[in-house]
Design a protein around this ligand. Sequence first.
Ligand code: FES
Ligand code: FES
Length: 180
Amino acid sequence: MSGTGTHQLSISINGRHENFDVEPRSTLAELLREQAGLTGTKIGCEQGSCGACTILFDGEQVRSCLMFAVQAADSEVWTIEGLASPPPENQTSPTPLAGLPELAEAFKRNHALQCGFCTPGMLIAGTLIGEACGGAINEERVKEGLSGNICRCTGYQGIVQSVVEVFELKTSNPAGEKPQ
Ligand code: FES
Ligand code: FES
């Protein structure tokens, strides 16, 4: 803890170690948006119900509005900015959720976003579900897996369709070869 009542901590964010001074009551979502400038992580309900603030935290899906920033000391965090972009040259660890950029393309194709507020959380949750389902992916499993992520615009059909489409294809064609 520093002399001003803030805490000093180091976090790996999107493959790079960064240091922060944080207030004891700051949430991880606030740190990401306000101190790290990563506004792709959205804040909606601030009580764990909507999934807009979903990030990858030490490999697990986490609602960053429910965590204090100090709890993230020495952890590895990935946000939509790092997961959806090509890695910068100085990135020290490989980018997880390799299927996410492809899912983002499918969202565009299938009109799975309108205002986009839920989209970062949907992409992270959707990729995790798709990877976990493997060959057993179907609409019901995707709907169940996304039930904690709320979208007020799309009616969900394009979102569910995109996850099934991308991960069905990956399972039937794991090498990613284009059909002749
Ligand atoms: S803002 Fe975190 S779950 Fe809604
Ligand atoms: S696209 Fe607007 S909340 Fe989902």
